[in-house]
Design a protein around this ligand. Sequence first.
Ligand code: AMP
Length: 397
Amino acid sequence: MPSLPVLVLNSGSSSIKFSVYEAENGERRKLHEGAVDGIGTDQGSFWIKDADGNKLVDQTPALPNRSVAFRLVADALHSGDFPAPAAIGHRVVCGGPTVQENQIITPALIDEIERYTDFAPLHTPIAVYIMREALRLFPGIPNFAILDTYFHRTMPEVVTHMPIREEYSAMGVRRYGYHGISYESIVYQLEPNVPEKLIVAHLGNGASISAIRNGKCLDTSMGLTPTGGIISGTRTGDIDPGVLLFILRKIAETEPSATAAADKLETAVSKKAGLLGVSGLSNDMRDLREAIKGGNAKARLAVDKFTWTIAKWIGSYVAELGGLDMLVFTGGIGENDIASRAEICAGLGTLGILVDAARNNVRGEATISAAGSPVTVRVIPPAEDLMIVNHVVRLLG
Ligand code: AMP
């Protein structure tokens, strides 16, 4: 195959991140990466770096909306200063019940993904917008939807089925799981020695954990939406449904519109809860660690809830897998927060998870288990963009 520049687009609520990889046969080389950040503000940022980290573009434009933001990316990639993409891979968080395979993007596919916006309401609208814009601004170039839900499609029905009436299941209400491209990229990096029984904890601002058998997902903590599972930066994770009803009834006392009440409930459980809600301070682990040093009891409680929930989840996944060969930490907290890894693993010795304090004292890729630990414990950064490029190359045939 000739050298092929592949553009990877990964959009969030206020940013569009992108990277360009050169793919040639089995080789992948990152050429550039960049981001437009601060969408909806008078002074955002737009930068592009080369593979050595040198900034080639560094601007602070007004970014009133997504259209202006994505136009900056498209114009830069059409300017001739950078290799024009031959194919585009879009990170799509949720394909819903009907779009389970990574595939070429058509207008009909975008419509289908949009039908299930409610399952990832913070992620899908922007991804849908960018897919439509990319078809318009990069005409004639194949665009592919690469799904976070794809990795989790191997989960058995007993895991995916929700204990609700059939009419809701028929609407697509089930466990989908998220962070799938990150999980896939960990399995990919472990190849060809993927352990039979593997748990990966993706601990970032959003956090989830997966049980993986022979490289295939068996179970994952996030459910219908990324709000389920373990507590994370601003999300509750799994919670007694009675709490939702209680909050909803409180909201309904002053909010007559059911739609507006649902939006307020969503804010309560997805944007103002989790580490932020418990600490009343921040969703950022670095802030919480600083506050704990200063004796802040609420920050301590928030972090304890986080590490305790994850330890509990690891225990249940060891039971589900029938043992454990390897535990991997990834994501911003998993890679960098030494104390979280130590606190999560502190009580897991009976499961054969023994972390060496000196080895754990690192940021980034490392093996942190003690010599002789029955379970290998590793830190591996995710390689999501690379994984998207691999899918795009495979789909291009
Ligand atoms: P992500 O969503 O994967 O970018 O991860 C974001 C989370 O990683 C935030 O809670 C950060 O506080 C946390 N994080 C990033 N760097 C560090 C660090 N050096 N120490 C502790 N936490 C960190």
